[in-house]
Design a protein around this ligand. Structure first.
Ligand code: ACM
Length: 551
């Protein structure tokens, strides 16, 4: 029996009025009220499999039964979980999502074995819940994780697994960074070379770009359109929205390698470009031409079809168009780009990128969708409907919120989980700042500088995992966990100001949570540091020393 104080993320309130208990057994029935079908299915398929609980359908008032209901007088994602001897266990959510988050709490109350895929204890031992009443609701609406599946491809099964892990932490937005210089990862029927050419590279830099090491095996992979539909549906069943990112006009060498006419071919021989095999900011960006716009519209038509606006979460209407790190040297040198700039009467190359973003802001808005981009899209003037992922610190997010734009706070100084989590010499391929579990726990996503009205524009927060040095499942697990648990609590729970947060208490709850992660098979970083096989001696990273700027 888990004590409610071991729940993670921490719930708003727990009451223990009496000390009765309720047993879940073979005979426990499940009554699922209208709108609770996702949770009903999840309980049978996941908890049912882990604990061999049939959870047969039963009447609403079965003694000691399990009941699910939606009560829209509660806030949308809020839930109430009550365990009462004789009456049973009831999860009431303000929406179907609220019921689902309540079921995630129920799983934690049932102990770490509830996180396995099949039972490990002798059958027949009762699963006992203490009488209690939990009231809970998320602090922030957008509770996200960005996975960069472009630098290193993440096989579809691993994406589904991360969706399960996100659900267990009450995270509700998966931002999928699908395209970059090093690979294009989504099938586009109209432009097949994006994946036949753009989805693989012949070799890969191992470690930071200054490393002399190469992996001479070809690396690649992409999601077919049905794979994407499966990912989106799997996410939606867990009340998670998937926000696709097509990163333009920078970070586009894979697309240019596939279709050289997309690049600045009057400046460089774009027919000689291949999918990039190393890391950094790449000068080969899309040409700012009408041809490029039409090509991307054709891509986005398929993307909109694959990622429906009503799947999973209120944020499924967002489409991320990148916009980060687009060097303007080729645009300055290109007669075609300069002619476009003059024809549009624009002041400079930043304005040209703003024109590009503005075009897609209108295009997406006309189709009932929303554009979101990295904070560089503020330069040259932000398109009216656009939202901003604030990554270069908090300043972009603050400026955007003050100007009335929606914002997702994900500053690299705090929640880039590819950055190392300890200053010691054993961190595998250490890059970036030291961002410990405690640092992430003390991250505050809503800047104190904002007025309450401006703060409403902060939709929430997400952790970002860039994958230059995380080439497989174990490396991704190591970088994400346990820090994503801290981010989940920051996003969900009503924590006090950073310096007043009870990190020792969080660590105590992590003791229980590590047992859940172990049952889930997560290769997290142990608190005492990497296990021998989690180290990568001899591979060059790029640690940045000192305190990160713009905290
Ligand atoms: C980014 O880290 N370039 C968004």
């Amino acid at each position: 029996m888990t004590s409610p104080t071991e729940l993670l993320p921490a719930p708003s309130a727990v009451e223990r009025p009496r000390d009765g208990t309720v047993d879940l057994t073979d005979a426990t029935t499940l009554w699922a009220g209208p709108g609770t079908g996702t949770t009903e299915r999840w309980l049978r398929s996941t908890l049912g499999a882990a604990l061999r609980l049939p959870l047969r359908p039963g009447p609403e008032h079965a003694p000691d039964g399990l009941r699910l209901r939606v009560d829209d007088t509660l806030p949308p994602e809020a839930y109430r979980l009550t365990v009462e001897a004789g009456t049973g266990t009831e999860i009431t959510g303000g929406s179907p999502a609220g019921v689902f988050w309540g079921a995630q709490t129920l799983r934690q109350l049932l102990g770490p074995d509830a996180f396995r895929r099949a039972p490990v204890r002798p059958h027949g031992r009762p699963l006992r819940l203490a009488e209690q009443r939990i009231e809970d609701a998320p602090r922030l609406r957008w509770r996200g994780l960005m996975l960069d599946v472009a630098r290193h491809f993440m096989p579809k099964d691993d994406v589904l697994r991360h969706l399960d892990l996100m659900a267990a932490h009450k995270l509700n937005v998966l931002h999928l960074h699908l395209t970059d210089d090093q690979g294009w990862r989504v099938e586009i029927r109209r432009h097949p070379r994006l994946t036949t050419i753009g989805s693989w590279r012949s070799r890969t830099k191992i470690g930071h770009r200054a490393s002399p090491l190469w992996d001479d095996r070809p690396h690649g992979g992409f999601y077919t359109q049905d794979d994407i539909r499966e990912i989106v549906a799997y996410a939606a069943d867990r009340h998670i929205g998937v926000v696709p990112e097509i990163d333009v006009p920078g970070h586009s060498q894979a697309a240019i390698a596939a279709y050289p006419e997309l690049g600045n071919s009057d400046v460089v021989d774009t027919t000689a470009l291949t999918v990039w095999d190393t890391w950094g900011i790449n000068p080969n960006v899309l040409a700012p031409t009408d041809t490029t716009l039409r090509f991307l519209e054709e891509v986005l038509e398929e993307v909109l079809d694959l990622f429906p606006a009503d799947a999973g979460s209120p944020f499924s209407s967002f489409v991320h168009l990148g916009g980060d790190e687009c060097p303007k040297d080729q645009w300055r040198a290109s007669p075609a780009a300069q002619e476009q700039l003059s024809r549009l009467g624009l002041a400079d190359e930043d304005a040209l990128q703003a024109w590009f973003t503005g075009h897609f802001d209108r295009w997406l808005t006309a189709r009932g969708r929303r554009l979101i981009g990295w904070d560089e899209i503020l330069e040259g003037g932000l398109a009216p409907g656009a939202a901003v992922s604030s990554w270069r610190g908090r300043a972009g997010g603050i400026a955007a919120a003050r100007a009335g734009h929606d914002v997702v706070m994900c500053p690299e100084q705090q929640v880039y989980l590819d950055h190392r989590q300890d200053a010691g010499p054993d961190e595998p391929v250490p890059i970036g700042y030291v961002r410990t579990l405690e640092d992430v726990y003390r991250f505050e996503p809503v800047p104190a500088e904002l007025t309450p009205e401006q703060a409403e524009r902060v939709l929430g927060t997400q952790a970002n995992l860039w994958s230059e040095v995380t080439e497989d499942r174990a490396r991704v697990d190591y970088q994400l966990y346990p820090r994503l648990c801290a981010l989940a609590e920051v996003a969900w729970s009503a924590l006090p100001a950073p310096e007043e947060r009870d990190f020792a208490g969080f660590e105590r709850r992590m003791d229980a949570h590590y047992r859940r992660l172990a049952a889930l098979g997560v290769a997290h970083r142990p608190p005492a540091g990497p296990l021998p096989w989690q180290k990568r001696p001899g591979v060059l990273g790029r640690p940045i020393d000192g305190t990160p700027p713009n905290r």
